[in-house]
Structure formats: structure tokens, C-alpha cells
Design a binder for this molecule. Structure first.
Ligand SMILES: [Zn+2]
Ligand SMILES: [Zn+2]
Length: 321
């Protein structure tokens, strides 16, 4: 049975879900995500359904915070698959802005449903794209994990934001970062009415990018319609730039980070992170001993240079394979 185990040294939960070993590789002759497969409706624009191999599920035992060297608890939550498009071969960079708008609407709807469920602490919407990221299904899709605890990276960002607010009269750390990035300018890729897109100052991944709403927005539920459309446009632009950068679909992780559901005071500012794994046209970035074992990232490209490369990367001049 799926459960969570406490890692006493790193002070974080590890989700043990042995059923995931039985996940199928992509079937060679048919795609379960295609309309008419029997698995999904005969027609859809975007579609969400429960993951067949969930790390967190409604049927698991409830999560009860506990301590101790060998602490163990239930992994009650939910894992969904989000299908972006009925078209099997369409890379996400080729989705229309309207299509992304529907995906974002779906993220927000699911967040609203989970907000009514006291078992859920945080809703994580993300996409693993490309074989280099370990994707078993090439049909364009993302996922939503509803987690019963706040994952360590978000916990750490919350602690940083609380510390900053404490020493800066309540100022939001993220709002300040965005405003300083705009002032410095050299890492900005796009600055629209509602969103800015930039390479973070201390980017850890090659061509790492963040999209931030200009307004202090905590969760997907706080976006107005204009902002949802603005985010759709920003995502569309950066995905096209990524695939034009080397002329093929960029292997990456796209991660929507939002505030915890049950902590209205928690200092957080929604943003979308893109963590690509391609460090040049021919080389992948591997998370090796220093990154994985010690948690320190080695970056091969200056963020300012990568921002310039992405500003110049134009889809019209490069065919996407
Ligand atoms: Zn398909
Ligand atoms: Zn803010």
C-alpha cells in the first residue's frame, strides 16, 4: 500500500508507491490519450482524469503529521493526468494561446475542488516533457498532484519569504525580486501587461526561466480572466522560444508553484518555473553527485547570456521537428 516515510536526515517525506513500477511504456501501436481510444472521450479540447498509478490517492490512508526516525503515514491525496490536446503528435509549443487558456482554466478548476478538501495541503500542476525527463507517454500532457503536505522546496521558499517580510516591513520577497529584475533588465525575456518572463539571477538549470504575475497573486484561484489569458500568452511564447532555440522540442519540466491551500497568511507569490535539461544542442544536463548528493548546482551558461539567446530565439526561423 502506498504510504509516506520520513527521511530523518533531510527532514522530508518520501512517497513510497510500489505500484508505479508496473507503469506501462508507451504502447507501440495505439495511444490511450487519443480520442476514440476508449480511455478518453471521443472528442475533447483539454481533459483531466485520475492517474492510473498515483503516488497520492483518495483511497490511501489519511496523512497524519508525525515524527520519529522511522515515522510513516498515509499518502491520501490525488494525482491527475491533464491532456492538453486531442492531437497526438502536437508538441506543446504548437498549442494555441486559446488552448493554453483552457489548460490554465482546468488547473484553476481542479485547485478549487481541492481547496474544499481538508486532506489537501498544496496543489502542484506540472509537466514533464521529453524522454530526457523520463516521460513514458509522448502525447502532450501534464499532471496535477494534490499533496497532503507542503513539499520541501515550497516550504523553503515560504521560510525565505517570511524572513524577507520580517526584515522589510512586510514586503513580498517575490514582488521585490520581480521589481529588481525589471530594473536590472538584462535577464528579462518578455515583459507584458500582466506577466514578466525572465532567467532567474541564480538559475540552476540550463535556460531556466520563471514567469511571474506582476500583481501579487497567491494561487490560481486569484487570477482574473485577463490574467489567465496573459499567462496563456506568456507560456505560449516561451515554449515556442525553447523549441526554436535548438530546433527540437526542449526536454523540460514546467512547474506551477502556488501558495498552500490552508495557510491564508503564508507569504507566497504564484509563479511558473521552467527547468530545461538541454545544456546545448547536443548535450544534456545530468543531475550528478554535486547536484543530487550535495544539493549544489553547477551552471554552465551565464544567465544573462541565456536570456539574450532566448530573446533572440524566434520560432519563425527554426522548424520544430
Ligand atoms: Zn496520442
Ligand atoms: Zn508578491
Amino acid at each position: 500500500m502506498n504510504h509516506l516515510r520520513w527521511h530523518a536526515l533531510l527532514q522530508q517525506w518520501v512517497a513510497v508507491s510500489t505500484g508505479r513500477q508496473d507503469r506501462p511504456q508507451m504502447p507501440a501501436d495505439w495511444c490511450p490519450f487519443d480520442p476514440g481510444s476508449g480511455k478518453v472521450p471521443d472528442a475533447y479540447d483539454v481533459y483531466i482524469y485520475p492517474n492510473d498509478f498515483p503516488a497520492f490517492s483518495p483511497a490511501a490512508d489519511p496523512f497524519v503529521p508525525t515524527t520519529g526516525l522511522f515515522a510513516k503515514t498515509g499518502s491520501r491525496g490525488a494525482c491527475d493526468v491533464v491532456l492538453y490536446s486531442p492531437e497526438h503528435t502536437l508538441p506543446p509549443s504548437q498549442l494555441t494561446v486559446e488552448n493554453w487558456r483552457k489548460v490554465i482554466g482546468l488547473w484553476a478548476d481542479r485547485t478549487r475542488e481541492h481547496a474544499a478538501n481538508p486532506d489537501i495541503a498544496l496543489v502542484a500542476a506540472f509537466e514533464n516533457c521529453g524522454e530526457a525527463v523520463g516521460v513514458t507517454m509522448p502525447h502532450p500532457h501534464g499532471q496535477i498532484y494534490a499533496m497532503p503536505f507542503i513539499p520541501p522546496n515550497v516550504e523553503r521558499e515560504l521560510a525565505s519569504a517570511a524572513q524577507h517580510a520580517g526584515s522589510h516591513g512586510g514586503e513580498c520577497l517575490h514582488c521585490r525580486l520581480v521589481s529588481d529584475e525589471l530594473k536590472q533588465g538584462e535577464r528579462i525575456i518578455a515583459a507584458g501587461e500582466h506577466f514578466i518572463t525572465f532567467v532567474p539571477y541564480a538559475a540552476r538549470f540550463p535556460a531556466e526561466v520563471a514567469i511571474y504575475p506582476r500583481r501579487h497573486v497567491r494561487t490560481l484561484l486569484d487570477f482574473n480572466d485577463d490574467e489567465k489569458s496573459g499567462l496563456a500568452e506568456s507560456i505560449s511564447i516561451i515554449r515556442k522560444k525553447y523549441d526554436a532555440l535548438y530546433g527540437f522540442v526542449m526536454p523540460l519540466m514546467m512547474i506551477v508553484k502556488q501558495a498552500p491551500l490552508r495557510q491564508p497568511q503564508a507569504p507566497y507569490h504564484l509563479h511558473v518555473e521552467f527547468l530545461p535539461l538541454q545544456r546545448s544542442a547536443t548535450k544534456l544536463k545530468y543531475l550528478a553527485s554535486i547536484e543530487t548528493g550535495y544539493g549544489t548546482f553547477l551552471a554552465d551558461t551565464a544567465p544573462e547570456q541565456m536570456a539574450e539567446n532566448l530573446r533572440r530565439s524566434e520560432p519563425a526561423t527554426a522548424a520544430v521537428k
